[in-house]
Design a protein around this ligand. Sequence first.
Ligand code: BTN
Length: 239
Amino acid sequence: YDVIVKKEITSTNSFAKQLNDQNHDDKRHLIIAEKQTQGYGRRGRSFYSPEKSGLYMSMLVPFHDAKNLNPGLLTTMTAVVVAKALKKMYPEIDFYVKWINDIYVNSKKVVGILTELVMDAELMQPSAIVVGVGISLNIQDIPDELKDKVGSISDKKINKNQLVDLIVNGFEAEFPHYLEANFIEEYQKISFLNGKKVSVDVINDTVEGIVTGIDKQGHLLLDVDGKEVTINNGEVVKV
Ligand code: BTN
């Protein structure tokens, strides 16, 4: 990996995308920032990224084989990788993955993950993927409107390099065979939603049911009045 560290950045994900537009060197890049002024998440939401209170990073991975691409499954894989990295550093804390792209501690979000495809404008096909990971650490004053939802890991002496290493190495170990979805078993063990009653926003509709797990494609499985329903793409809006 070619590593770029910035004090302040708009967003490590958008930086990674620009980098990909500018050079097609086929190298993997890792962008890390201490602060993001325009960190973002799914559905255009902003991601709270204050200075010294987090690890904000994006991996830019060139990708040429579009048929082996499953961004949802890759996001799930990354969630398991990050949860395992955090567990290694903090064995006493229970980390849970929440479909599709969050990690929770004590029912609050401490990690957000955003996987984006980068299209090659000429070839009209994906030429890279950007995997962004934001971890909230030592946040002092969480804004009132986020207090119920956002948590943070307290560790004043955190070794961020070690955490980055664990995440990148974990990603590298799983990525070559992520389509086999071997990590699903681990996912099930630390799934935040399993057994819970949820509402899921899907296109023009809301589905309510009890979460039974995820399948090998990374899709969410619900029990809706005794019937199994598969959610390919949606947003859990209520637990
Ligand atoms: C979400 O909550 O929907 C995902 C949040 C992803 C945040 C990370 S922080 C590093 C990278 N840069 C961004 O702008 N977003 C991701």
